[in-house]
Design a protein around this ligand. Structure first.
Ligand SMILES: Cc1cc2nc3c(=O)[nH]c(=O)nc-3n(C[C@H](O)[C@H](O)[C@H](O)COP(=O)(O)O)c2cc1C
Length: 167
């Protein structure tokens, strides 16, 4: 069994609660759900699979705690690791920067030798632009818990099925 860590950055608790839902679905220990403020490069190196979550703030910016988190992530040995993304955003109020943060994190580590898992179709989403969209796919699951909370559970479950099939 590959060791999975769920790392999240959250300002008002949405991405945190999503991280908890993901961990519950995967039946992983509470110790492996880590606020990005608490990660260390050493801790990251212990995992085979990292599921990285961030909400998007400002105008398409990282959740604040990820600014430091990205440096720790980049210092880890990501070669051969499986990395998946979950983003929290608001596609109605911020249709031009929907879930940009996970796209920003992705860009920083894309050349690290990691395997990106859990890319999904853009079908069913309603936004104009997103840095999370690369070559007509979302690089991870994008969750709009502000306007489409009725779809959150379903989106998480089907994303996790995909993730599990790829690790
Ligand atoms: C001031 C402000 C700026 C935001 N900017 C964006 C944005 O650019 N793109 C986006 O998708 N969501 C944006 N959001 C929506 C948040 O990402 C969303 O509310 C998210 O669920 C917050 O998650 P958190 O509580 O885990 O931080 C913004 C929200 C606020 C209040």
């Amino acid at each position: 069994m590959r060791k999975i860590g769920v790392i999240y950055g959250s300002t008002t608790g949405t991405c945190e609660s999503i991280a908890n839902k993901i961990a519950k679905q995967l039946d992983i220990s509470i110790l492996d759900i880590i606020n990005v403020t608490d990660i260390t490069t050493e801790r990251l190196n212990n995992y085979d699979v990292l599921l990285l979550g961030s909400s998007t703030w400002g105008d398409g910016e990282l959740q604040d705690d990820w600014y430091d988190g990205i440096n720790k992530l980049k210092a880890a040995n990501l070669n051969g690791k499986y990395i998946g993304f979950f983003g929290c955003g608001d596609s109605y109020s911020y249709p031009d920067t929907f879930c940009d943060a996970i796209g920003l994190i992705y860009k920083e580590i894309a050349d690290s030798g990691c395997n990106i898992i859990g890319k999904i179709s853009t079908e069913g989403y309603d936004y104009s632009n997103s840095l999370a969209e690369i070559e007509n796919e979302l690089i991870g699951v994008a969750l709009d818990d502000v306007n489409e909370d009725d779809m959150t559970d379903e989106r998480i479950i089907s994303w996790l099925e995909l993730v599990k099939s790829q690790i």
